[in-house]
Design a protein around this ligand. Structure first.
Ligand code: ATR
Length: 282
């Protein structure tokens, strides 16, 4: 059987997903391919999805700007994706399209794989999310589902943080401004940077400074271009343990691959290779 996989979005120029899934296919010993399908904004979206079905694709990822657009074209949607209002993975099986969202759970898997000790006594851990956009939404919900309880949110716009808080009744959440987060940084066991601040080409920016952080806490940044953001560089100098953004990319892909092929693949070896690719690119 040919495992035909793909990615839809626009634009798709720089995506690392074809490389990651190519490596997963090799590791799993499966015949197949992972191709990019750019759908320009003025294209007939329904027709583009039908073309994927006609090509006997068994699954595809969805990236910007189509994570919400795809929803009316699905036959089923899993609970997590429904809650997010966004789909990043579709499986086509027995003629049916089912939508999933692996972004948040991929993040949690990447964090707990890097720091297994952090995943013990989850109810005691105090977490702070910086940002309240689409990425923060998925990560907040997945953290709450994974059993973390104290998850505060700091964002420039408090209203967006408020809408994230309403996603889960399992978590206890205070909402802070970014200056408040900076002052109270010492209260947290992990600070998770999800804003676009610090992303190329604004590599000198950081949403907060970390002079008040607790030694040994985890500083996590979902930005992977550059791999070492200013947020992570400052955290490292001040004694934090680091968690890098490329691991989220890798583990959300691993979860998607499992959904499509029902096959488990390791990601440890790829993590180092992906790091090297990104270091070379920046
Ligand atoms: P994504 O889907 O990648 O999360 P997004 O939904 O556009 O992207 O969210 C971007 C996040 O970065 C938001 O939290 C945004 O803050 P606002 O909700 O106040 O807009 C945050 N962000 C972007 N630029 C920022 C800046 N210059 N300073 C502080 N926060 C910023």
């Amino acid at each position: 059987m040919q495992h035909k996989l793909g990615l839809i979005g626009y634009p798709l120029g720089h995506s690392l997903s074809p490389w990651i899934h190519g490596e997963f296919l090799k590791e799993a010993g499966l015949q197949g391919s992972y191709e990019k399908f750019e759908i320009p904004p003025d294209a007939d979206f329904k027709k583009a999805i039908q073309q994927l079905i006609d090509q006997q694709i068994i699954g595809f990822n969805i990236t910007v700007p189509y994570k919400e657009t795809i929803i009316p074209y699905l036959d089923e949607i899993d609970d997590k994706a429904k809650k997010m209002g966004a789909v990043n993975t579709v499986r086509i099986h027995a003629g049916k399209l089912t939508g999933y969202n692996t972004d948040g759970s991929g993040y949690v898997r990447s964090l707990e794989t890097a720091y297994p000790d952090f995943a013990c006594n989850k109810t005691d851990k105090k977490l702070l999310l910086l940002g309240a956009g689409g990425a923060a939404r998925g990560i907040y919900y997945a953290l709450a589902e994974a059993g973390y309880v104290q998850i505060d949110i700091a964002n420039r716009t408090k209203q967006s943080a408020e809408s994230i808080r309403q996603l889960s009744e399992k978590a206890q959440t205070k909402i802070l401004s970014l200056p408040e987060a900076e002052v109270h940084a010492h209260a947290y066991d992990a600070i998770i940077q999800t804003t676009s601040v610090g992303m190329e080409p604004n590599e000198d920016d950081t949403p907060i400074h970390l002079q008040h952080l607790k030694q040994g806490m985890i500083a996590s940044d979902i930005v992977y271009k550059p791999l070492e953001t200013r947020f992570l560089r400052e955290a490292s100098l001040l004694g934090a343990r680091l968690h890098h953004g490329h691991t989220m990319l890798l583990y959300q892909a691993q979860l998607a691959f499992e959904i499509w092929t029902q096959t488990s693949v390791g990601a440890d070896k790829l993590e180092q290779e992906l790091k090297k690719i990104l270091e070379g690119a920046s």
